[in-house]
Design a protein around this ligand. Structure first.
Ligand code: C5P
Length: 401
């Protein structure tokens, strides 16, 4: 689960460099953005074009490149990353790192960075076992560099032993674990509802609303990327299931409540779903027909309030219960009253009057109503709302501990 993570992958020169292409794919599949630096040696084995195509970004090769320095200085390359990975890491680049040499772009970036660095060594078994390499590795370990592999096996040079580059999936796992263990919501469980609900009228018709699920899905991603084991309980949406999140798809409000209860216990519950307030009391078992007697009278029944139920649960109440209030007027006043009525901790109030374009749109303006008062957030994308909320949740759970 690497959503929102930016990785600078340094590919140095060894036969295992071909596996770096697979590594780019694996990291991107997990949601990371990958930018590559290719050493001169590395470019003997893979081309900048292959890395650029797979990373969908420019590949950096030269230290003294006029255009690169103008567009993106070598310092900026490391500033923009959350983690630097050297894969494969040759004996040569490990030596340069250990000794602080900076004579090409890769080694300069590695010396200039203040970010975490992970290396995946790959070399001939004799080079690996050499006292110089082992001493360099020890120096790097002591400085906090994370080392993945190498593995034992047949080598391209015909020998057998330690020195094979770890498999791309294993390196990607190490990257995930790195972010997981340093993640602020690691060890926490989160529950998020999202999307509309569909309330059946008969086997082919239902009552629904225009919720896209974008805000709820973005919140699930933001919580998961901070290490929370996240269950997303989603009504029908056209959005794909976000990776790294357990997705439970439901249709009606009653199904959504049952799925929420099944997902407990949780440290935090965020109810972002636009749950239908009413359902048709008795769903018709056959399609309703026009039989000349005029339109059918639909008797309605009230749906359970999921947010209120979670907030009222005696033993299983999540430590933090958060709801949304979509209002079209007197936004904060109504939201504060809703917070009291539903017994939740925070309400994220937003104005969904048609001229705001919030419902189904990309942006949102939030007023966070809590026991401490009201906090007005500037208008921002739903992804930014999700990230700000997730950070806020992490801080609050830590303080409440
Ligand atoms: O009462 P209202 O629908 O405005 O409340 C909105 C908040 O309550 C949202 O967080 C929504 O997810 C939640 N809700 C719920 N179950 C309902 C109705 C609303 O969880 N039946």
């Amino acid at each position: 689960m690497l959503h929102g993570k930016r990785i600078l992958l340094i590919v140095s020169g060894g036969i295992a460099a071909y596996k770096s292409l697979e590594l780019v794919r694996r990291l991107r599949e997990r949601g990371a953005a990958v930018r590559c630096v290719l050493t001169r040696g590395g470019s003997q084995f893979v081309t900048p074009l292959s890395l650029a195509a797979l990373s969908e970004d420019k590949v950096y090769t030269e230290l003294f490149s006029l255009t690169d320095e103008a567009e993106m200085g070598h310092i900026q390359l490391s500033r923009d990353a959350d983690l630097l990975i050297v894969a494969p890491a040759t004996a040569d680049i490990l030596a340069k790192m250990a000794h602080g040499q900076a004579d090409d772009l890769a080694s300069t970036v590695l010396l200039a960075t203040d970010k975490d660095v992970m290396v995946a060594p790959a070399m001939n078994v004799r080079m690996w076992e050499h006292a110089a390499t082992q001493a360099n590795l020890e120096t790097l370990r002591q400085r906090g560099v994370h080392v993945v592999g190498p593995e034992e096996g047949d080598m391209a040079c015909g020998e057998y032993g330690l020195g094979r580059l770890s498999e791309p999936d294993d390196i990607a796992d190490a990257v995930s674990n790195f972010f997981q263990s340093s993640a602020p919501l690691s060890g926490r469980r989160a529950l998020v509802t999202s999307g509309p609900t569909h309330e059946p009228i008969d086997p082919v018709r239902y009552i629904a609303n225009r919720s896209s699920g974008r805000q709820g899905h973005a919140i699930a991603v933001a919580l998961a990327s901070r290490g929370a084991a996240t269950t997303l309980i989603s009504g029908p949406t056209s959005l794909p299931d976000p990776p790294g999140v357990t997705v439970v798809r439901v249709e009606s409000a009653r199904d959504m409540l049952a799925a929420c209860e099944a997902a407990l216990p949780a440290d935090v519950a965020v109810c972002a779903a636009a749950v239908a307030d009413w359902r048709v009391a008795e769903m018709a078992s056959e399609k309703l027909k026009k039989n000349g007697a005029g339109p059918p009278a639909l008797e309605m029944a009230e749906n359970p309030d999921i947010l209120a139920s979670l907030a009222a649960a005696s033993n299983t109440r999540p430590g933090l219960v958060i709801g949304f209030a979509a209002e079209t007027e007197q936004v904060v006043e109504h939201a504060s009253a809703k917070r009291e009525r539903k017994g939740c901790d925070w309400i994220l109030a937003n104005d969904v009057s048609p001229e705001t374009g919030t419902f189904g749109g990309a942006d949102n303006t939030i007023h966070l109503v809590s026991a401490d008062g009201v906090e007005d957030w500037p208008r921002m994308t739903k992804a930014d709302v999700a990230n700000r909320l997730a950070d806020r949740i992490a801080k609050t759970l830590e303080t409440n501990e």
